[in-house]
Design a protein around this ligand. Structure first.
Ligand code: ARG
Ligand code: ZN
Length: 475
């Protein structure tokens, strides 16, 4: 795989070098030099966001403020027609930039209404606008595309992205599947608001993130318009389609709930979904106010998927979830969705936290104490998969969703809780959710916050539990 391509500092020199050349040699020669030499690289957006786990995920040189996605899906033919309008801002001068998109046929790309040249290179859609973009310039990219979307296979063997089902599609993009259904700056570093206009055969429901603005049926098709105004990472976008029973209500806290349930899962899902308002209220007491205006559940019947995803505002489940899973995916709304990763190596900030929320929920609802859950895990022998690698930097190659990340990640939080006491522990969780709301957080920032809040030195605890190989010794 290509190594990560961050904008190295040395590029700046290259740009200066090129300007110096321009001043002294004839224009034609300068153009040749600029096109051929490394100087040209100074104005092309990097093909990745610089994440060593997924070197081509995301892109350099711009941020997307808003995605406006207009999609039409023919469930029988499995054909998608798409138009994506991205409103973005250049963070450097750009003669060229990439979007992430895999499969599908692109028929046109325009930048600010002017036709742009484009080519495909693996998962990169390389766009060359007619006119270079200035650093800081706001611009609009429109991509028209169509085809039969196919999921990507992740390093752990799971399918991710647009996953066809017998009655539509299960759409979940963590970590890299957003690019299977829309052109994106597909790394959680870049968060954006979204509009979705989804047209599906009448009788199908298309469910995305945020609030439902409206729906209307004409000529045998129904169009659903969804809007998520809060910043959202591309992997958390969904447009799940199927035959669903729909339930809508507003909670006492004013959160708009939209549940879509495959009738085959309805009986098993009902008693669990009924608890959503109380779960959100309980999580809000522990973690601070719910970060979004909308909530809900998409319960699909997608037996081949094998996981659920915390799609923003409205998690998607491959079958009726149990209560623990409902607690987990909704805890992610605070930890992972509102507060996002800057790099996939920090994935324990998502999965360790959501798993620990499950332990806390059990503890406070007549189940096992978190200590008991911890002890049962700790009792596993040193050879157990739980201790196969430390969770703080699990490595690429299918490890980010492994047991060490979820369970040992949660154990790390339990150790923190014991070290600082309940009062400070919950203050830390709330300050984390509040201080990074709608933005990003790193492990280093979390450690600093924990130390500042508790007045304790915690470097040893985190280095043992997050970064030390093998089964940690008991403190
Ligand atoms: N974040 C999801 C969860 O908590 C897991 C997503 C797994 N994705 C995958 N491609 N394997 O539970
Ligand atoms: Zn999770």
């Amino acid at each position: 795989m290509t190594p990560p391509r961050r904008q190295p500092a040395r590029r700046r020199t290259a740009v200066l070098g090129r300007e110096a050349v321009l001043a002294t040699v004839p224009v034609a020669v300068a153009a040749l030099l600029a096109a051929a030499g490394p100087a040209a690289a100074g104005t092309t957006g990097a093909s990745g966001a610089g994440d060593p786990y997924f070197p081509l995920s995301g892109n350099g040189g711009y941020h997307v403020g808003h995605y406006d996605l207009t999609l039409r899906y023919d469930t029988a033919a499995r054909h998608l027609d798409g138009k994506a309008v991205l409103t973005a801002r250049a963070t450097q001068r750009l003669t060229r930039f990439d979007l992430d998109l895999t499969g599908l046929k692109v028929t046109s790309v325009t930048v600010d209404r002017t036709t742009a040249a484009f080519r495909r290179a693996g998962q990169e859609l390389v766009v060359t606008p007619r006119h270079a973009l200035r650093a800081g310039q706001q611009f609009r990219v429109t991509v028209a595309y169509h085809g039969t979307p196919k999921p990507v296979t992740d390093p752990d063997g799971s399918a991710d992205g647009w996953i066809p089902t017998d009655d539509g599609a299960f759409v979940a993009g963590e970590p890299q599947g957003a690019m299977t259904w829309f052109p994106a700056n597909s790394h959680p570093q870049d968060k954006s608001s979204y509009d979705f206009t989804l047209t599906v055969p009448k009788g199908c429901t298309a469910v995305a993130n945020g609030v439902l603005l409206g729906q209307h049926t004409a000529h045998g098709r129904t169009t659903y318009r969804w809007r998520e105004t809060q910043p959202m990472a591309a992997y958390l976008a969904t447009a799940t389609i199927g035959t669903f029973d729909v339930e809508r209500y507003t909670t006492r806290d004013g959160i708009q709930v939209y549940n879509a349930v495959d009738p085959r899962e309805a009986r098993a899902a009902a008693p669990v979904l009924k608890k959503l308002p109380s779960v959100l209220a309980w999580e809000s007491r522990l973690f601070g106010p719910y970060p979004f205006r909308a909530a809900g559940s998409i319960v699909d019947h997608a037996p081949n998927v094998g996981y659920a995803l915390e799609t923003q505002t409205r998690p998607v489940y491959d079958s009726a979830p149990d209560l623990s899973t409902l607690v987990h995916e909704n805890a992610h709304q605070w930890f992972g969705d509102s507060v996002s990763l800057t790099a996939w190596k920090d994935i324990w900030l998502n999965e360790g936290f959501a798993t620990y929320a499950e332990w806390l929920y059990a503890e406070q609802h007549g189940g096992d104490r978190a200590q008991k859950t911890f002890d049962a895990l700790y009792a596993r022998p040193a050879s157990d998969a739980l201790w196969a690698y430390p969770p703080g930097d699990p490595g690429s190659g299918g490890k980010i969703f492994g047991t060490p990340v979820y369970a040992r990640g949660a154990m790390t939080l339990h150790e923190l809780r014991k070290a600082v006491g309940d009062e400070d522990f919950f203050r830390i969780l709330r300050a984390w959710a509040d201080g990074h709301r709608g933005g990003h957080g790193t492990t280093a920032q979390f450690v600093r916050l924990a130390e500042q809040t508790s007045g304790k030195r915690l470097g040893g605890l985190f280095s043992t539990w997050l970064y030390t190989k093998g089964k940690p010794n008991r403190a």
